[in-house]
Design a protein around this ligand. Structure first.
Ligand code: KIV
Ligand code: ZN
Length: 516
């Protein structure tokens, strides 16, 4: 079996999904789970884009030890310097540097000739070689680049010192057969290519990202890039869990395998969906809610007689547990801790104690606590942040069919002062948000609002995701409560707090070399 490396870019290309913005704690939690899942490479961010991104990559590079951590850089010295600043503490610092090669990008974006593109690419790889032991070079929009020219650029950057060559289908344009042919062509025409790893990076604009990635493997790619749940710029990236499971289930055909611990798949998918607010469609392959549900009578009958009649992937393979246990008011600390362990979560005694308090509070409102509730509690506990935050003290909403909705809210400000306001709105949520805007004392635009239930049942917890804009800054927020209005208020306050934190991070002064 050939080993295929998986390069996860959930925290970089995935974070470029519209509406997604993660804070450092959330990124770190995701990175640790990606490491547990067994990703070979984790692209932790794009350090030159903001000080917040640089700090997040730095934190991940210091923490993650079993996966190689990388960061993206354009082919300019400032970006490479910023990436080194972020990655120099990593166990295996790796740079991902890119430059567009297609005629459209050369002419309209870069305004560079073919020769200038080669020169810039070569200079950036040589410059990066002073710092980084491993350099990956990407030809942005490779699939719309003239093949002989692509081969020429690739040969030059290999000579300059690149170790991995990535062939992105940046705009999701290519078909599986054509993509495979690019890999074959490069392997035939590029000197020195036998010593490097060829990598595939596919976008899903035409719904072919996973098929294209698998075709690349058949034509010699040794690394596949993508994201968990397939999130990413526009229609997203190749879903790595689909690639890994396809290789596993069809190993007879591909004769290749990844190093993923597949039983961590579902948990990783849930964590990322929860923290990004990007809901996984029910019919999504491998990790969708319905991926293992059999609806038709004929199918159910078949599965009861012999699972493999209609089931090619067993739920257990990807960590979908089929025996859901319910805890409640009378469950003790021991049962609680056991269930967390059975769900695969390791927590310190201190964390278990805090979680147990939150669990007990929840049992006051909700009779049965499902695995979904436990996971939601756990995620909140792990990523909650206290720094200089607004805190919800009390909320009251008056609503009636012949009444104007009115909200009254008491909030603790970051300086610990208490503020109380009331306002009306066309609906209860608008009344709450108008009131919160008054409490915060700033004009805030709500640009996205989404609500979902955490599990089934009338008493399910509500999860609300919002995105707000203040001036030019945007921030997203999450809130969970049994009541949808309380969850709505919490999500809004969470977004305001993140904005404060983001501003604080971006005030941090960096070493002068990074500011050039
Ligand atoms: O899609 C793309 O081309 C990219 C590169 C930066 C690798 O994400
Ligand atoms: Zn991309």
């Amino acid at each position: 079996m050939r080993k295929i490396n998986l390069f996860d870019t959930t925290l970089r290309d995935g974070e470029q999904s519209p509406g997604v913005n993660l804070n450092v704690k959330e990124k770190l939690e995701i990175a640790k789970q990606l490491e547990r899942l067994g990703m070979d490479v984790i692209e932790a961010g794009f350090p030159a884009t903001s000080k917040g991104d640089l700090l997040a990559v730095q934190e991940i590079a210091k923490t993650v030890k079993n996966s190689s951590v990388t960061g993206l850089a354009r082919s300019v010295k400032g970006d490479i310097d910023a990436a080194w600043e972020a990655l120099k503490y990593a166990e295996e610092p790796r740079l991902h540097v890119f430059l567009a090669t297609s005629p459209i990008h050369r002419e309209f974006k870069l305004k560079k000739t073919k020769e200038q593109v080669i020169q810039t690419a070569v200079e950036s790889v040589k410059y990066a070689s002073q710092f980084f032991p491993i350099i990956q070079w990407s030809a942005e929009d490779a699939c719309r680049t003239e093949l002989p020219y692509l081969a020429e650029v690739v040969e030059n950057v290999i000579e300059a010192g690149a170790h991995v060559i990535n062939i992105p289908d940046t705009v999701g344009y290519i078909t599986p057969k054509e993509y495979g042919q690019i890999f074959s062509y490069l392997r035939e025409h590029v000197k020195g290519i036998e010593n490097i790893i060829l990598s595939a990076h596919c976008h899903d604009d035409l719904g072919m990202a996973v098929a294209n990635s698998l075709s690349a493997i058949e034509h010699g790619a040794g690394q596949i890039e993508g994201t968990v749940n397939g999130i990413g710029e526009r229609a997203g990236n190749a879903a790595l869990e689909e690639v890994a499971v396809a290789l596993h289930i069809r190993r007879d055909y591909y004769q290749a395998e990844t190093g993923l611990y597949l039983q961590e798949t579902k948990r990783t998918s849930e964590l990322i969906s929860n923290l990004t607010g990007m809901v996984v469609p029910g019919n999504k392959a491998v990790v969708g809610r319905n991926a293992f549900a059999h609806e038709s009578g004929i199918h159910q009958d078949g599965v009861l007689k012999e699972k493999t009649t209609y089931e090619i992937i067993s739920p257990e393979l990807v960590g979908v547990s089929t025996n859901s246990m319910v805890l409640g008011k009378h469950s003790g600390r021991h049962a609680f801790k056991n269930r967390l362990q059975e769900l695969g979560f390791e927590n310190s005694d201190d964390e278990v104690n805090k979680l147990f308090v939150a669990f007990k509070e929840l049992t006051e409102k909700k009779k049965e606590i499902s695995d979904e509730d436990l996971k939601a509690l756990l995620i909140e506990e792990k990523v909650s942040t206290q720094e200089s935050a607004f805190e919800l003290k009390a909320i009251q909403v008056q609503y009636g069919t012949s009444q104007i909705p009115t909200a009254t809210i008491t909030l603790i400000k970051p300086n610990k002062e208490m503020v109380q306001e009331a306002a009306t709105g066309a609906g209860s949520v608008e009344a709450i948000y108008n009131t919160l805007e008054r409490c915060v004392g700033q004009s805030i635009n709500l640009i996205d609002y989404r609500i979902q239930s955490n599990s089934g049942g009338r008493d399910a917890l509500a999860q609300v995701y919002v995105k707000i804009k203040v001036g030019e800054s945007e921030a997203s927020g999450r809130g969970m409560a049994q009541d949808v209005l309380e969850a709505s208020a919490k999500a809004y306050i969470n977004a305001v707090n993140r904005m404060l934190l983001l501003d604080k991070i971006n005030d941090v002064s960096l070493e002068p070399s990074l500011l050039n």
